[in-house]
Write a protein that binds this ligand. Structure first.
Ligand code: MOS
Length: 752
């Protein structure tokens, strides 16, 4: 590992290391340990494992959204040179049916992307559903042969018009341990009716789809009844248990390898059709199979972000105190699966309104079930609530930062009543205001040549979680320390940060630490989701290092050496081989109990504390007065993510969140043809994600103030960056043009 020369971080950020000294590794901008492998192309992704005898699979997608296969003719495809077999519902291995709902007590249910029994049914439930797969000796043969498969369907008219179905929405109930989908404090409707000043706005956000740099890919190989699957996933444990359940084999017989993941963003937390089909094909062909989705294939078979329709109504006093905050949301899922994102969550914790009402309803459509996508819920919900708060500032003639500061909660969460473990949102607003130079903001936007210039602000909040993480720590007499855990490196720097945590908690130089990860044969790791991977790992690493130090110090004592002596010296002097410590041990049959224990701890903890990362975005936009073209020209964000283990990787994560927020604000929109329930723009040419030219320099700061209740003070940084970005831009557009855009994306036709 390479150490950057500077050590950043606030004075209070010292880590309690075994020697009592501040950790030399934590808090440093260490370069990513996997950086060289990634940039030189030697990092191996799921579709790149050189397996002898590999075959290639290509999916045949249904061009209808609802119906039944009447007939399927595979003869021509099978006759094509190089074709090994064509997999359909007639010959595919029969799997255990998919679970119909997620049950946190049964981890084999957590990775079900939908309830469709792929290739085990003649029913079609969504447009693009794979109805066959061609396996061939070459990718080209498989691709061509896939075009030769003829399928006839009996069709049923699908329902996919979200707006037309709003009247059929049903209420969503909050689930224990999950983020809230509703909440209530006092009588918000009555308080709203009494309020001196009111704002009542309706918002819409479109469906989004996942566009990770690495499209989903699977390489599957059977050895008898044992399955190895190379799958760049975000949750090795869920993937392993889900595949084992579906194929009816013990979890230990499924080996999941996910060494590198080319971006996930929530889209790789579940097991989608192609992964299952690759495993089915490999079983039938008795050959290893590679199935790499095309970009369009990802749109057709992987869930995206739910669209929303939202209403935010705020009642306030003339002095700008919130009397009532009402947030009503409708989202959608699929008829065959999906989830209720926590879209109202922001409204429960951003402001201390005297009365709060947050409600969510959901409709089911004949579309791919929605799934998690970076800050699922908060990203959409914050757009609405933070736009409405901004509009209230306009109506009141108050500075929008002042209005926000005036309404910050005290020690307790207004709705949950739980105590904030660490609430620094006001500080992020104040610091951002100074850094951006917000005090120079004119009352209305300015004109510079043909540009209308405006400044906007929005706040961000995202809950902080901790999951099960089992780790194995080994120190050896030659000086190496190895941390093994099935965690995930999706490009955010976790492998690097793990090294830093081990180095300081154990009291060894960073150069001597190695992290082994991305493999189900390692101790069970946390999922890379919910912004919780680093904190989860930190908890177990700290415990493992403490236990290891205890053993080392005991050895040292017998040798007359001081506590905290170098592990290599202690082991060498003691004439010992490597020492290993395991933490967690929630593997095998005991895994269920581990989960029970962990979930109960989580429930108890959530009754006691409200833990969240927070932040504030400040931006400048320019709108072409003639064409309405929108450009973001300046950006400053300040976040409280608790302790910052590595400023370089943390700030990069936060910038990534903001960039994704620029996409949400200005470009991303999945277009559905509601006559056919088919996605019309399944490509990067027609679905617009930000490119470099769209992104200004993103000036990102962190408070680096450890949370007292989270492991090593880490709150998590994966998702909070995207929260509030849509509103910050919409608010700047309002300032620049006087126009309140309430529908995303903010395209020029909506500004002019
Ligand atoms: Mo995430 S949306 O928890 O990868």
């Amino acid at each position: 590992m390479t150490l950057a020369p500077e050590r950043t971080g606030a004075a209070g950020a010292a880590v309690e290391t075994p020697t009592g000294a501040p950790g030399p590794a934590i808090g440093r901008s260490v370069d990513r340990v996997d950086g060289l492998a990634k940039t030189t192309g030697t990092a191996r992704f799921s579709a790149e494992y050189p397996i002898p005898g590999i075959t290639h699979a290509v999916l045949v997608h249904a061009p209808i959204a609802r119906g039944r296969i009447r007939s399927i003719d595979t003869a021509q495809a099978e006759a094509h040179p190089g074709v090994v077999l064509v997999l359909t519902h007639r010959n595919a291995p029969k799997l255990t049916p998919p679970p119909t709902r997620m049950n946190p007590m049964d981890l084999s249910t957590m990775a079900a992307g939908s309830t469709i029994a792929f290739l085990n049914t003649d029913e079609v439930h969504v447009d693009g559903q794979p109805v066959a797969a061609v396996v061939a000796e070459s990718l080209e043969a498989a691709q061509y042969a896939a075009s030769l498969v003829r399928v006839d369907y009996d069709t049923i008219v699908p329902t996919s018009d979200f707006d037309a179905e709003l009247g059929n929405a049903t209420p969503v109930r909050s689930m224990p341990v999950m983020p809230p989908t509703g909440g209530k404090r006092g009588d918000a409707r009555a308080a709203y009716a009494r309020s001196a000043v009111t704002v009542d706005l309706s918002f819409s956000t479109p469906q989004h789809n996942h566009n990770a740099l690495e499209p989903h890919a699977t390489t599957a190989e059977w050895d008898g009844d044992k399955l190895t699957v190379y799958e760049g996933c975000q949750n090795i444990d869920w993937t392993q248990k889900f595949l084992a359940k579906r194929f009816g084999i013990p979890a230990g017989d499924v080996h999941v390898v996910a060494k590198f993941v080319g971006g996930g963003f929530g889209g790789k937390s579940k097991v989608w059709a192609a992964t299952l089909i690759a495993c089915m094909a490999a079983k039938l062909a008795q050959r290893p199979v590679r199935l790499a989705l095309t970009r369009e294939g990802v749109y057709r078979t992987v869930g995206g972000r739910t669209p929303t329709r939202q209403r935010v109504a705020i009642g306030a006093s003339t002095s700008g105190h919130l009397e009532a905050l009402i947030h009503e949301v409708t989202s959608r899922k699929g008829r065959v699966g999906g989830q209720a994102d926590q879209i109202v969550a922001c409204s429960l914790d951003l402001y201390d309104a005297a009365a709060i009402l947050a409600e969510q309803r959901i409709v089911e459509l004949d579309l791919m079930p929605n799934t998690a996508m970076r800050a699922p819920g908060e990203a959409q919900g914050s757009f609405a609530v933070e736009s409405a708060v901004d509009e209230l500032a306009v109506v009141l003639g108050l500075d929008p930062v002042d209005l926000r500061l005036r309404n910050q909660p005290g020690e307790r969460s207004p709705v949950h009543g739980t105590r904030y473990s660490h609430r620094r949102l006001a500080q992020t607003l104040e610091r951002g205001r100074d850094l951006f130079g917000w005090d120079d903001r004119p009352a209305t936007g300015t004109r510079d040549g043909k540009d209308l210039v405006g400044w906007g602000v929005a706040a961000a909040i995202h809950p902080s979680w901790e999951f099960v993480a089992n780790v194995q720590l080994t120190v050896d007499p030659s000086g190496g320390a190895t941390l093994a855990c099935a965690f995930h490196e999706m490009g955010m720097g976790t492998a690097t940060v793990v090294g830093q945590l081990v180095a300081d908690c154990l009291g060894v130089p960073l150069e001597r630490v190695t992290a082994i990860y991305g493999d189900s044969e390692l101790p069970l790791g946390p999922g890379a989701g919910g912004s919780g991977q680093t904190a989860s790992l930190a908890a177990s690493i700290e415990r493992a290092c403490r236990a290891m130090r205890k053993r080392l110090d005991k050895l040292a004592e017998g040798l007359g050496m001081p506590d905290g002596s170098d592990p290599a010296d202690v082991l060498t002097r003691a004439g010992q081989g490597p020492l290993t410590v395991e933490v967690g041990a929630d593997a095998g049959p005991r895994a269920t109990w581990g989960q029970v224990r962990f979930l109960s701890k989580m429930v108890m903890d959530s009754r006691r504390w409200m833990k969240a990362a927070t932040g504030a975005h400040f931006c400048e936009v320019r709108v072409d007065a003639d064409t309405g073209e929108l450009r973001v020209t300046r950006w400053t964000s300040v976040f409280d993510v608790g302790r910052v283990v590595n400023p370089k990787t943390t700030h990069s994560q936060l910038r990534g969140g903001i960039v994704m927020g620029l996409g949400l604000a200005m470009g991303e929109e999945t277009l559905i043809d509601t006559r056919t329930a088919r996605i019309m723009n399944p490509s990067l040419a027609e679905y617009h994600v930000p490119v470099h030219a769209d992104v200004p320099h993103l000036d990102v700061h962190t408070l680096d103030d450890p949370d007292p209740t989270m492991p090593l003070g880490v709150l998590g940084a994966g998702e909070v960056g995207i929260v509030g970005v849509g509103a910050a831009i919409a608010n700047a557009v309002r300032h620049a043009t006087g126009r309140r855009v309430t529908d995303l994306p903010i395209t020029l036709d909506r500004i002019i």
